[in-house]
Design a protein around this ligand. Structure first.
Ligand SMILES: [Zn+2]
Length: 97
């Protein structure tokens, strides 16, 4: 479940950041940081079907537009799921390597 690309920040950490950000726990300045991570990990997010939704949410969060609760909840749930998949995939890879 790894994207095969080398990131400075592992995919699951990127997602954890995005999650925290969308969950409203990051400072306002965290927006640029999250965007950087999204650029770095874009291909993986696309693979997980998250890129479009997350970018949309981040853009809204960065502007003054309120993010619809149901959309946010959907993306947060999906991130949780993908993080779990990445972690179990990484664990297997490490064990066999
Ligand atoms: Zn990645």
């Amino acid at each position: 479940m790894s994207c095969g690309n080398h990131h400075e920040t592992p995919c699951d950490e990127v997602l954890a950041r995005v999650y925290t950000y969308l969950d409203g726990e990051l400072e306002e300045g965290g927006c640029g940081e999250v965007r950087d991570h999204l650029d770095e990990c874009g291909p993986c997010l696309r693979e997980y079907g998250l890129e479009e939704a997350v970018k949309k949410l981040v853009n809204k969060s960065c502007g003054c537009e309120p993010v619809p609760d149901d959309l946010r909840a959907k993306v947060l749930g999906r991130i949780e799921q993908v993080c779990g998949e990445i972690r179990s995939g990484d664990a297997k890879t490490t064990e066999r390597a």
